[in-house]
Design a protein around this ligand. Structure first.
Ligand code: HEM
Length: 446
């Protein structure tokens, strides 16, 4: 009897990696929903189907960005300091226009220059690498240097690179609930940027204080640009590591093929889970239904990207061989409603960086690959031309990844619950707009 119970307990323990993380993730989602309330209207969902997804997203009344959504308090918390100056979260108006114009000017880089810059940054980031790595960690210094040079038009000093990666890693880890926010680390970058404002290669938006200008740069370039490009590249390289035939084709094929691999990667693993908007007026849905003003619309990228594709979970870049305008594929958002300003530059930079990696290494992985990528993309790099002895290393990686998942899901549950609670307590977004309405100084401790 005792032996049977012991055997059962051992079997349950050995099986933890297969059943516990999934349950904990489900519990976390339930808890978050409970704390956040169910203010959002999911799109696609019961009210708005896939067929009207783009129409509603593109509607002029789907324009509110932060004010009036409890969800904004959470994003502002994760993106602090200066979330009120983050382009993504500024409400429409003069300030937004000035900021968006500056971002466009900083990103307007000719293709050849973008490729040359990416190659140079990749060469430095990839020097001396081999064996097991985490792809997101490999990519972050590359994009930190890239973003720095976009902004300051000079090579990135090591001190700045470390400040930028420290900030970006802290933001993305807290967003994924694998770590808490370290505000001192983030504010060190703010102070550095404050001292360098006069060296930015385009004029910064008028009417902003120096601190607001530093927050703007930190938000768009040293947070969003670095995080998004690092995550996107980690996904792309994970996909290639998991599909050896596609990897070989990408290594030898033309740019068009590699672009389709990138498209398919971003279809399967869109960087945004949801993007939310607050309606500024009613949106009619036909004769009998209207989405009322003040609603929070939650546009669900993964759901939209799966709809209308055969076997949607299968990796298949040939889906993009034909015309792609009509496909349910919006990795950079929708053109009519604040799309990503890097929609042209990001794929060029990603393709160039992928070529640099594939030219140097063969990639292998046995780790799990999910959209949120909390494991940061474990991968084995074998220099091209060297014998690939990876079987034992891949077996070890598999076991380690599954067990890390058990521990990580518990950490995410605890830290995530704490941060959601803390964000609801601080109500950074709500208080900002409340103070603005009351005409008080809206700047607060982040
Ligand atoms: C592969 C990389 C990237 C992907 C997939 C991506 C995706 C997106 C998406 C989907 C949105 C729109 C979300 C919405 O509708 O609310 C967005 C917005 C934005 N992205 Fe990106 N992004 C990437 C890289 C970058 C880079 C390199 C920058 C550099 C500055 C950047 C800056 C921004 C900004 C500032 C916004 C807010 C736009 C606005 O509200 O005016 N992104 N991004």
């Amino acid at each position: 009897m005792l032996i049977a119970a012991l055997a059962l307990a051992l079997a349950a323990l050995a099986g933890l990696p297969w059943w516990l993380p999934g349950r904990i993730v489900a519990l976390r989602v339930r808890l978050f929903n409970r704390i956040n309330g169910d203010e959002g209207i999911p799109v696609p969902g019961d009210l708005v189907g896939v067929d009207r997804f783009r129409e509603v997203y593109s509607h002029p009344a789907a324009g509110g960005r932060s004010r009036g959504a409890a969800l904004s308090d959470l994003f502002w918390y994760w993106l602090s300091p200066g979330p009120e100056m983050h382009q993504e979260h500024l409400e429409a108006g003069e300030r937004y226009d000035a900021v968006a114009r500056t971002t466009r000017r900083l990103l307007a880089v000719p293709r050849a220059r973008a490729e040359e810059l990416t190659r140079r940054c990749a060469a430095r980031a990839l020097t001396g690498l081999r064996g097991p790595v985490r792809l997101r960690d490999v990519m972050m210094p590359l994009w930190a240097e890239f973003a720095y040079e976009l902004v300051f038009a000079e090579p990135c000093p090591r001190e700045a690179r470390d400040l930028i990666t420290g900030n970006a890693d802290d933001v993305v880890s807290s967003l994924k609930c694998t770590g808490l926010r370290h505000m001192k680390r983030r504010l060190r970058l703010t102070r550095y940027l404050l001292g360098r404002l006069s060296q930015v290669r385009v004029p910064l938006p008028d009417g902003l204080t120096p601190l607001e200008q530093a927050y703007y740069l930190q938000g768009a370039f040293f947070n969003t640009a670095v995080v998004q490009l690092s995550e996107a590249m980690a996904h792309l390289l994970m996909v290639l590591a998991r599909h050896p035939a596609a990897q070989q084709e990408a290594r030898t094929g033309d740019d068009r093929h590699l672009d389709h691999v990138i498209d398919e990667t971003l279809r399967l693993y869109p960087l945004f889970g949801i993007a939310h908007r607050i309606t500024t007026a009613g949106i009619p849905l036909g004769e009998h239904a209207t989405i009322p003003a003040g609603s929070v619309l939650c546009f669900d990228y993964p759901a939209f990207h799966r709809a209308g594709f055969d076997d949607p979970d299968r990796f298949d870049p040939s889906r993009f061989d034909g015309p792609s305008r009509e496909l349910n594929h919006i990795p950079f958002g929708v053109a009519a409603n604040r799309p990503c300003p890097a929609w042209r530059l990001a794929p060029i930079a990603m393709r160039t960086a992928a070529r640099e990696v594939l030219r140097r290494y063969v990639l292998d992985t046995s780790a799990t690959h999910t959209r949120s990528l909390p494991n940061r993309g474990p991968c084995l790099l074998t220099p091209v031309g060297e014998p690939r002895r990876v079987r034992a290393a891949l077996a070890l990686m598999r076991v380690r990844d599954r067990w890390e998942d058990v521990w990580r899901s518990l950490v995410q549950l605890v830290l995530g619950t704490y941060m959601v609670w803390d964000a609801r307590r601080r109500r950074l977004c709500h208080r900002h707009f409340h103070d603005l309405a009351e005409n008080r100084d809206a700047r607060r401790v982040p």
